[in-house]
Design a protein around this ligand. Structure first.
Ligand code: URP
Ligand code: ZN
Ligand code: ZN
Ligand code: ZN
Length: 522
């Protein structure tokens, strides 16, 4: 064989298309409608969505979807994989850095996500010593072993000319969202002045400003008071940071965003107080997005009073999981449209890590699981209860995130040309959640024993069948970074609005001419 022919063969072999996948007989559910159709997948993309499709190539793998819903894979807009936080590192990484563990246990953030029907997540890059670019480098390394698609948000934890300049660099690398913490005093928290500067910068860059909304000063004071009163256990977490502090910060962030003319995304809305602020702002035309998380709509604060310290500590996250009444208000807000999407805030610390705070609840690393459970628990809480239709389910678990972060229709819809991120969901199959069978590296699960009717039977990620009938089939390092472009839909037409509420042109825009002021001056 000639060199050229040999080379051509080699290229052919390397670029040889993977087998087609044909999903037959299911009900396709998109955010706008559901309909009977087959789905043909080729080379990682959806090729056709039509009734009665036939295989077009030999070797096509066929999946029987009769009785099943065929939906876009979930997009989790809020995760913290391998995050260094409160002296610990979250124990779910992208995909285990430990080759041996990865091979034999398949326990990691990405394994959990895919087994639960989520095919993309957006993780928060934390700066290293306030340095955004150093944080970026750190997260590049974490994501090397990724097995599914991911995007990044960038946290901003200080303010300077350098930070403002680095935000532009990060945006040019494919990040269209920056998060500001209004809590975690002495660590990640920014002042109002810094937040305001960040909001203005976000508007300039066409990036979405995100806030963790709690009054950090008041939280610190509340924590000290609760601890000094002798409450040292996990219940102190709920007692020290009431919903009013979340409502206050949410309202403040929204008004500062209005003042700066910047769209705003409130992450992990956990209380009625906060959701009311979001709803009121949307009613007056503010461009604000409200994200809640699956723990907020399904769990209740009583767990923090569990007599078993290890159980109680699992439920420590911020803002705290609140009473049933708050959870009901959040579910209603998702159904009514005041909240737009559900994430997880997946930030997991195993029991030995949580025990760092055994003498002082203020030291318990904050965070709960949800990456594997989100799709099932949202289905159970909202669809099986009749509050959301299957199309609404797709919207709050996938489509809304794709639209808000400007990657629609590449993601978030089953349509020709979109990425082949698809789940097959059997609405009749019952199962229950347990740490013994989950795919996270956690040794506990806040949903232990939770029963669900409906199950993700298959997950297809970029055309690969990665989860099927209870088995994962994933390849280390195959995940891709999905850039999120700036100036997304929330910026559409924004230039027609005033840049900020300071209106120097009011009443003619000329300084009032007044005579000099006579008389005594102190
Ligand atoms: O408790 C939480 N939410 N841990 C993760 C960090 C954050 O605030 O999102
Ligand atoms: Zn947060
Ligand atoms: Zn978070
Ligand atoms: Zn200006």
């Amino acid at each position: 064989m000639s060199f050229v022919a040999g080379w051509a063969l080699l290229v052919l072999a390397c670029t040889a298309a993977a087998e087609d996948l044909l999903i037959k007989g299911g009900t396709v559910v998109n955010a706008d409608r559901q309909f009977q159709a087959d789905v043909l997948i080729r080379d990682g993309l959806i090729l056709r969505v039509e009734p009665d499709l036939q295989a077009e190539r030999p070797g096509t793998r066929q999946l029987d979807a009769r009785g099943m819903l065929v939906m876009p894979g979930g997009i989790d807009p809020h995760t913290h994989l391998a995050m260094p936080f409160m002296g610990q590192v979250a124990c779910d990484d992208f995909y285990s850095q430990n080759l041996l563990l990865a091979a034999c246990l398949s326990r990691s953030g990405h394994a959990a996500a895919l087994a639960g029907g989520t095919t993309m997540h957006i993780d928060f890059v934390l700066p290293v010593a306030h340095d955004l670019l150093a944080g970026w480098a750190e997260w590049q390394r974490k994501a090397e072993a990724a097995v599914m698609d991911y995007g990044f948000h960038m946290a901003v934890t200080s303010w300077s000319k350098q930070v403002a300049a680095d935000m532009q660099v990060i945006a040019s690398r494919g990040v269209n969202s920056f998060k500001f913490f209004m809590a975690y005093k002495g660590a990640l928290m920014v002042t109002d002045e810094q937040l305001l500067a960040g909001l203005r910068r976000c508007r300039q860059l066409g990036a979405l400003a995100q806030v963790h909304a709690e009054n950090g000063d008041a939280v610190a004071e509340g924590q000290a008071r609760v601890f000094e009163a002798g409450v040292t256990g996990p219940e102190g977490h709920a007692l020290s940071r009431p919903a009013a502090l979340e409502g206050e910060a949410t309202g403040r962030a929204i008004r500062l965003a209005e003042f700066a003319g910047a769209p705003l995304y409130v992450v992990h809305v956990m209380s009625r107080d906060a959701v009311e602020e979001v709803a009121r702002a949307r009613q007056r035309g503010v461009r604000v997005i409200g994200e809640t998380v699956v723990s907020a709509i399904s769990q209740e604060e009583g767990r923090l009073w569990d007599p078993d310290w290890d159980v109680a500590a699992q439920y420590v996250m911020s803002p705290p999981i609140r009473s049933r009444e708050h959870a009901a208000a959040l579910r209603a807000a998702l159904a009514g449209g005041a909240l737009q999407l559900v994430g997880t805030d997946h930030a997991v610390f195993n029991s030995t890590q949580k025990r760092v705070g055994r003498h002082d609840f203020r030291l318990i690393p904050n965070g709960v699981n949800g990456l594997e459970e989100r799709m099932h628990v949202v289905w159970q809480e909202l669809v099986n209860s009749g509050q959301l239709s299957p199309s609404d389910f797709v919207r709050v678990t996938s489509t809304a995130a794709a639209q808000i972060f400007n990657i629609y229709p590449r993601k978030g819809v089953i349509a020709p040309g979109s990425d082949a991120d698809v789940i097959l969901f059997d609405p009749l199959l019952e199962h229950s959640i347990a740490a013994a069978t989950h795919h996270s590296a956690m040794d506990t699960n806040i949903y232990e024993g939770y029963r669900v009717q409906g199950k993700v039977v298959s997950t297809i990620s970029r055309g690969q069948l990665v989860w099927h009938n209870g088995k994962l089939n994933i390849t280390r390092g195959t995940g891709r970074f999905i850039p999120t472009p700036t100036f997304g839909p929330l910026f559409e037409g924004l230039d027609k609005r005033p840049e900020h509420l300071v209106d120097v042109a009011r009443y003619g825009g000329v300084p009032v001419q007044r005579g000099s002021i006579e008389g005594k001056v102190e």
